[in-house]
Design a protein around this ligand. Structure first.
Ligand SMILES: Nc1ncnc2c1ncn2[C@@H]1O[C@H](COP(=O)(O)OP(=O)(O)OP(=O)(O)O)[C@@H](O)[C@H]1O
Ligand SMILES: [Mg+2]
Length: 251
């Protein structure tokens, strides 16, 4: 199962979800790969020291370097591996543009490795460019984090259209795993409104688990930890654990 975490809107909780869903699945004993496709490399930084990497996903996508040579185990979590990104990935669009197989690079790369892991979680950048398209072409499922804010659904039309296009040709198997409401603040009246708005668009695809706004979740990446080691008793840990249960229940 290959899950792309995607929403071209910035700061909606893609990386936080990628990190903590991957950690939750690994904690359940599932062999999990967290694949970072964002040049900001925030997922990679949460688990690895990006200054001593042997290579990054950029090399894999552009130089036919084997994925296994860049993958590193997480020091703190068993069953979790990381395929790191670096800022070099920002050049990949320019490098691949005009190549006939530019949208299929990641799919081809994962062909040989998908049996090594039960779950591959892909963190994507806040754009709908070649990088995110590569993730959606390679994925079996897409999970869409949506920030519970007034403009929550802004841009989801474009994302859903892109998903439809990719299903139409490059990846007919692609399924929407679900929409995840993030950064939820239950003290506001607006939040309930937004929840209903999102439900009108995504219906039963909306996860029952809602990720609330919490200081612990905001802090954990700075300490290079998932929420499960940083604050195991926090609501954030509970919510991401619940999400992993729902994900396992949907596939
Ligand atoms: N539930 C939460 N509660 C509090 N802060 C959160 C929560 N989820 C994410 N954050 C914080 O909000 C910011 C944006 O989150 P995150 O980096 O996960 O979003 P993103 O969609 O990956 O952003 P980008 O589009 O830039 O890649 C980060 O500073 C993160 O620590
Ligand atoms: Mg991110």
């Amino acid at each position: 199962m290959i899950i792309a975490i995607a929403n071209q809107k910035g700061g909606v909780g893609k990386t936080t979800t990628a990190i903590n869903l991957a950690a939750a699945l690994a904690n359940k004993g599932r062999r999990t790969l967290l694949l970072d496709l964002d040049p900001q490399a925030n997922s990679s930084m949460s688990f690895l020291d990006v200054h001593d990497l042997k290579g990054s996903i950029y090399d894999v996508l552009t130089d036919s370097v084997a994925l296994s040579t860049i993958v590193q185990p997480s020091a703190k979590i068993r069953n979790l591996w990381i395929a790191p990104a670096t800022i070099a990935l920002a050049k990949v669009e320019a490098k691949l543009i005009g190549e006939l197989d530019s949208h299929y690079r990641l799919k081809d790369v994962l062909q040989g490795d998908r049996d090594s892991y039960e779950y591959i979680i892909i963190d994507t950048p806040p754009t709908l460019g070649i990088i995110t398209v590569n993730a959606l072409v390679a994925a079996t499922h897409v999970l869409i984090p949506i920030q519970a804010s007034y403009f929550a659904l802004e841009g989801t039309d474009d994302l859903l259209e892109t998903i439809d296009k990719i299903k139409g040709r490059a990846n007919p198997e692609l399924q929407i795993l679900g929409a995840l409401i993030t950064l939820y603040d239950k003290r506001t009246l607006l939040a309930k409104d937004i929840y209903e708005q999102i439900q009108r668009v995504f219906g039963v695809k909306v996860f029952k688990t809602v990720i609330t706004k919490s200081v612990r979740l905001e802090e954990s990446p700075a300490y290079r930890e998932s929420i499960f080691t940083f604050a195991p008793r926090s609501t954030g840990a509970y919510e991401y654990y619940q999400l992993s249960e729902e994900v396992l229940g949907r596939v």
